[in-house]
Design a protein around this ligand. Structure first.
Ligand SMILES: Cc1ncc(COP(=O)(O)O)c(C=O)c1O
Ligand SMILES: [Zn+2]
Length: 414
């Protein structure tokens, strides 16, 4: 429960804050460097939440980890189906990649069809506990459509800043869930800054990724689920697509929390996968830097088209501390990963959702992951989110024919 938070700690200067003492980032380090991490009283939690207690819980959503979430209760009005997404065991695909074991965790199965529901649900629950009436976010699309869904459930006003170029399906979701949408004539990075300034000056709850420390707590639940779904036998490596770096930072927090609580005895290596045209974290990783430098961004994977990754410190820490890496893949590899996931795993992923798998294919081919290793790859968003790119990703096209049998026979060559 929220009462289990001991303190928040600045990712740069390590200054500690009592819960509620600051709202977003460390005032000494500012929003770029002063992102905060949530620290619980692990000794107290360890006494009330054990592996045995978890296995007896019937709650089939990420609220099963309530004691290590930053809210005191599961808000009854929020969507009932959340997290606890399927983890598919894929022996044939593992063998074809030259891996020991492979599981795909399909987070496109969340209610708004992306991983972001884990964070938005926690953000809205937190905003409700704070008595806020308006919630705002800047997003490449998924965080916003997800926030709009949970804000609608809670009867809150949602004001969303998206880049004008966001795919239509994501815009449709936003409007359908009743959000007020500002389509910014500019990049995601510009939308982010506009949203942050407006939310702070208006006293709105800010769901912007990275600057709100509580959102990563929702994201970490995917790691807790992986551990639990694999019966606490931790995988060797986990792959995921990366834009701002919040998902990978959240995953690492989840594995660290599980380790701290004695639920697991080791942690996996984390691999963050960026599109080569939008890879500031890969470059920072290769330079050995602890922060990323903004770069222009261009990729077909709109959700990870991020020039200034806001959770750079946590993301780089996650891959370094875990012994993993940041990997860049070409857009063509992402499109190929979409086809393979669909045809060999039955999972329809949006481009950013398939980026982790593209990185895994590259890592398997180069021996970064070995034949005996157990690997989990996260799919973070559903392919229906961006149908235009899905159509680009396939070689075939529908064959137009007249509506009669002889046209079919002619096509069949009989
Ligand atoms: C489908 C999908 N995958 C991956 C990401 C990357 O997450 P992050 O920006 O936290 O690195 C996003 C973020 O929008 C996303 O929507
Ligand atoms: Zn600081």
């Amino acid at each position: 429960m929220a009462g289990n938070i001991e303190y928040l700690i600045c990712d740069t200067c390590s200054r500690k804050f009592a819960p509620g003492e600051v709202e977003l980032t460390c005032p000494d380090c500012g929003p770029q460097l002063g992102t905060l991490s949530v620290h619980y009283d692990y000794e107290a939690v360890g006494k009330i939440l054990t592996r045995e207690i978890l296995s007896s819980r019937r709650e089939q959503s990420h609220w099963r980890y309530l004691e290590i979430l930053p809210v005191s209760r599961r808000p009854p009005a929020l969507h009932p189906r959340l997290g606890w997404t399927p983890l598919y065991n894929l022996p044939k695909l593992a063998a074809s990649l030259g891996l020991g074991r492979l599981w795909i965790k399909d987070d496109g199965q969340n209610p708004s069809a992306s991983f972001k529901d884990r964070a938005s649900s926690v953000g809205v629950a937190h905003a409700i506990e704070q008595g806020r009436k308006v919630i705002s976010a800047a997003s490449t699309g998924n965080a916003a459509s997800s926030l709009s869904l949970f804000a609608a459930c809670a009867g809150m006003r949602a004001v969303i800043f998206v880049p004008e170029s966001a795919p239509r399906a994501k815009l449709a979701q936003l409007l359908m869930f009743g959000a007020e949408v500002l389509a910014v004539r500019g990049t995601y990075d510009q939308a982010f800054d506009l949203c942050l300034q407006t939310a702070i000056s208006r006293g709105w709850y800010c769901r912007n990724t990275a600057v709100n420390p509580y959102l990563g707590e929702g994201k970490k639940t995917a790691a807790l689920e992986i551990c639990e779904q694999l019966d606490w036998e931790v995988p060797d490596a986990v792959f995921v697509g990366v834009g701002d770096g919040c998902i990978i930072g959240g995953l690492w927090k989840g594995f660290c929390d599980a380790f701290e609580l004695g639920w697991i005895d080791r942690k996996p290596r984390l691999y963050g996968v960026q599109a080569a045209g939008s890879a500031p974290l890969v470059h920072a990783f290769e330079r050995g830097d602890r922060t990323a430098t903004p770069e222009p961004a261009q990729t077909c994977a709109d959700s990870i088209c991020v020039g200034q990754p806001r959770d750079h410190i946590k993301a780089l820490r996650a891959v370094r501390e875990s012994g993993g890496a940041m990997i860049a893949v070409q857009d063509e590899e992402i499109l190929s990963a979409m086809r393979r996931l669909a045809r060999e795993a039955g999972v329809f992923a949006e481009p950013a959702g398939a980026a982790g798998f593209a990185g895994l294919a590259r890592a398997a081919a180069s021996g970064v992951v070995g034949r005996d290793e157990r690997v989990v790859c996260l799919v973070t968003g559903n392919g229906l989110k961006d149908v235009a790119t899905a159509i680009q990703a396939v070689e075939s096209r529908p064959v137009p024919i007249d509506a009669n049998q002889s046209a079919v026979d002619a096509w069949l060559g009989t």
